[in-house]
Design a protein around this ligand. Sequence first.
Ligand code: NAP
Ligand code: G4F
Length: 339
Amino acid sequence: MKRAFITGITGQDGGYLAELLLEKGYEIYALYRRNSNQRFDRIKHLLDKIHLIAGDMTDQSSLIDAIEVSKPDEVYNLAAQSFVAVSWKEPVFTAEVNALGVTRLLEAIKMKKPDAKFYQASTSELFGLVQETPQKETTSFHPRSPYSVAKLYGYWITVNYRESYNMFACNGILFNHESPKRGIEFVTRKITKAVAEIYRGEREFVSLGNLDAKRDWGYAGDYVKAMYLMLQQEKPDDFVIASGETHSVREFVEKAFKVVDIEIEWKGQGINEIGIDKKSGKTIVKINPQFFRPADVELLLGDPSKAKRELGWEPEVSFDQLVEMMVKNDLKNEGAESG
Ligand code: NAP
Ligand code: G4F
């Protein structure tokens, strides 16, 4: 039986990846942070099927112990301070986890299980101020936040351990991927949760920032399959994982309200823009400068052709299906049905 060690198990991707690896017959060990208010909501259904090991990406000895105990064939490093907006508020902590944390984990593997295959959760945020469109494995990086600068270090230290120590270490350069399990601070889930609440009359409007930012959004359940496939190849390599389509935040808002039959009309400009429900005339979207970033990534569009060619990976869930799945889940969570 193959053994996998996953960091970031309590996050969105951790749950989907653990489900996939369990289906494939893996024994799973996973790192979790001890908190005063422990939250295992996303993996409640998996708790009796996996081995949890307490530890932290900022604590070297906990990672060495975890690798020694789990003796993994494969390591998936998903742990991160993953919210870009907070990385300006906590730049040093973000670097400790997203940059140095990767080195700590690679060192632990080098010491205790050097033949383990390693997956690093790299990101399309590395492209930042994009140098070409669509973005592919050979596109130059220009990170635009403390988050992505730290992830750039994580990317290169992964390449470096591959080249220095011949370790099987891969970067998955994943574009945005969402799901009903997405954290409520990220724009997609913030919107779908608000749509459900507005539909039920529990709130009047949602406040957002940059509506013109464009993202290449896919479904997390599809993207964890690519992580697994990267570690099943003969040689370690880096791959862009994306849908190959881009949509603005504005389009996401329109599609999400459409699921509950609300059509939006936009009025005004800049921070004075508002979104109005065409039928009722009520304002349901407002702009709040608080949600703009010191520097934003305006356009992401990935070219997943290498992943298709070499991994045989393709996304299955479309943008429209993803939006509908998330809205319907948020309606269901609160006990309401779509109209
Ligand atoms: P997420 O939901 O925010 O989950 C992050 C996970 O990291 C949580 O389990 C969190 O644990 C853990 N973590 C944070 N700091 C830690 C620390 N110091 N020590 C140990 N664990 C720590 O993120 P996600 O969306 O699943 O993303 C997974 C990974 O892919 C992240 O590295 C993210 O940066 C990267 N990524 C995500 C996307 C995307 O669109 N989702 C795209 C590209 C790359 P707690 O529950 O204790 O906080
Ligand atoms: O949903 P977001 O917060 O995701 P972002 O910044 O693209 O980062 C996510 O994807 C990355 C992959 O590219 C991951 F590496 C990272 O860990 C994370 O999972 O914001 C998306 C866009 C941004 O341009 C933001 O400015 O939406 C814009 N936006 C507009 N209004 C908003 C809001 N974002 C948030 N979170 N909240 C708003 O009210």
